[in-house]
Design a protein around this ligand. Structure first.
Ligand code: MD3
Ligand code: FE
Length: 185
């Protein structure tokens, strides 16, 4: 399973290279990112947005492999979210020390669809907060192979990832890959 997924990802990353995006505030993200699907998430000094064209290559984002789209749809269905047809898949790459500070995912057109995440490689501590940034978030470990559908009343919760500890994974080594499937447009 993970083997086929990694082969598909290698093709995506060959067409749309991983890059460390700059936030509107001028910080370079420690997580390296690319996308597949009709839409891809990007950040620069002008803001966050979904685009059909990869600003790095000037080409459309590579298509979402069908097996990935199907995995996301079936995971959503199993969690009670029918009819999830993702048009964007963000690919996040974490090296030891990389982190994602608390944020909400609000750049999608509708919040009625869930976000499905797939974790690969090293384990991470996921932070699951409330609807406001304040308060102590719950810490949830995410391991290789974990597939989670986040939706409904939890869709706009603040969330993040603690700095990644270096505990090499037997197959992927010292990295973590997280895929998030979204309905962006
Ligand atoms: C809960 N990625 O790409 S995935 C992101 O592990 C992002 O790379 C994290 O947050 C990662 O935006 C977490 C799980 C996830 C994604 C979206 C959510 C959890 C969520 C939206 C609402 C609540
Ligand atoms: Fe997020």
């Amino acid at each position: 399973m993970a083997g086929a997924l990694l082969t598909e990802l290698a093709a995506v990353e060959a067409a749309a290279p991983l890059r460390n995006m700059v936030t509107p505030g001028g910080f370079t993200m420690s997580v390296a990112l690319t996308n597949c699907g009709a839409l891809g998430w990007t950040s620069d000094r002008r803001g966050y947005r979904y685009t059909g064209i990869d600003p790095l290559t000037g080409q459309a984002w590579p298509p979402m492999p069908q097996a990935l789209a199907r995995l996301a749809r079936e995971a959503a269905q199993a969690a009670g979210f029918d009819g999830f047809a993702p048009d964007a898949c963000l690919v996040n790459h974490y090296l030891p020390g990389a982190r994602l500070s608390l944020h909400q995912d609000k750049d999608e057109r509708s919040y009625d669809f869930p976000i499905v995440s797939v974790s690969l490689g090293m384990s991470a501590t996921f932070l699951f907060g409330g609807l406001a940034r304040a308060g102590r978030p719950l810490r949830v470990p995410l391991h290789h192979g974990d597939v989670v559908a986040w939706g409904g009343v939890d869709r706009l919760r603040y969330h993040g990832v603690l700095p990644l500890a270096d505990a090499p994974h037997p197959v992927l080594g010292s990295r973590r890959i997280n895929l998030t499937f979204r309905r962006a447009g």
